[in-house]
Design a protein around this ligand. Structure first.
Ligand SMILES: *[C@@H]1O[C@H](CO)[C@@H](O)[C@H](O)[C@H]1NC(C)=O
Ligand SMILES: *[C@@H]1O[C@H](CO)[C@@H](O)[C@H](O)[C@H]1NC(C)=O
Length: 283
């Protein structure tokens, strides 16, 4: 190889290295933000019911990519699927308890048998974070508290239950049955979403919106279970006009369609170009 190509290779490796380091910094920042470092330590780890939260990946993606051109999203392979966000033990009228066992941390080996199912059902939308970020967060914060009852007393059981609940209470089907389908332009009413769920389950869901640039997106639907895992309405929630929602009733709710897959990563394209270039000079 010529001196010139060696210099260029070194420069390129340095570039890759910096790219990697900045991603690591980004990841650790993210972990700190979502690590509940600020939540008060719950001395009382008791809880009354489980809140099962499904999320709409397209809305989660709006939040993750908002004003962040370097952020991309991962979607489940089956398009237009609601996915699990978490199963959250809850004491009536409060949030939490959280982080009930700080020495029992998430271990990917424990969920290895169901990992590919989890990727589909419990998808980490945030592409620039580690695959296990969401699962580690959910287990460490909520799973360790759910584990006080037998059906959740291992990581495999906690995550398997999430998949079971999703299959049994899939919001895509309930909404489709009421002709509620994704649209980026037609705003929904919270009453209609509520009615669709009541028609199937007989209980009102919690309907969660998140706003970006003045548009409110349907981001989560939550239902609850007692300790015997009977379905129940989430208790102690704020009601507005008979609905359990944080959405603004005077505005339409956008249930956004799935955004296009992003193009391949820039450095991969550059790497391919570079390989071609090296071959050109050395072969
Ligand atoms: C925390 O988890 C570890 C590992 O499963 C277990 O041995 C320990 O008893 C737990 N501690 C409490 C306070 O539950
Ligand atoms: C709800 O939306 C209306 C219309 O955009 C707005 O004027 C009002 O301030 C919003 N209310 C809240 C509580 O955000």
């Amino acid at each position: 190889m010529t001196m010139c190509s060696k210099t260029i290779i070194s420069a390129f490796l340095l570039y890759l290295c910096f790219d990697h380091v900045s991603m690591l910094i980004h990841r650790s920042h993210h972990l700190i933000l979502f690590g509940d470092a600020l939540s008060p330590y719950a001395f009382d780890k008791d809880w009354d019911f489980l809140m099962f939260t499904q999320q709409w990946p397209s809305s989660q993606c709006k939040v993750w990519t908002h004003n962040k051109p370097n952020h991309h999203c991962v979607f489940p392979k089956k398009p237009n699927s609601w996915t699990v966000h978490g199963i959250w033990p809850t004491k009536k009228g409060t949030k939490g308890p959280f982080n009930c066992n700080n020495t029992w941390l998430f271990d990917p080996e424990q969920v290895r048998p169901i990992e590919s199912e989890l990727e589909e059902a419990w998808t980490n939308v945030e592409k620039e974070t580690q695959l296990y970020n969401l699962w580690a967060h959910e287990w460490n914060k909520h799973g360790t508290c759910a584990a006080m009852i037998e059906p959740f007393n291992s990581q495999l059981k906690y995550f398997s239950k999430g998949i079971d609940f999703l299959n049994k209470y899939h919001m895509t089907e309930m909404l489709n049955a009421a002709n509620i389908v994704p649209s980026d332009t037609v705003g929904l009413k919270a009453e209609d979403i509520n009615r669709a769920v009541v028609a199937k389950l007989g209980i009102r869901p919690m309907i969660q919106c998140e706003s970006e640039d003045g548009v409110q997106y349907l981001i989560e639907l939550r239902i609850c279970f007692d300790k015997q895992l009977n379905i129940m309405e989430c208790q102690g929630e704020h009601e507005v006009n008979g609905l359990l929602t944080n959405c603004n009733a005077s505005k339409g709710i956008i249930y956004p369609t799935q955004v296009q897959e992003p193009p391949p990563k820039k450095y991969l394209v550059q790497l391919l170009k570079f390989v071609n270039w090296v071959q050109w000079f050395t072969l």
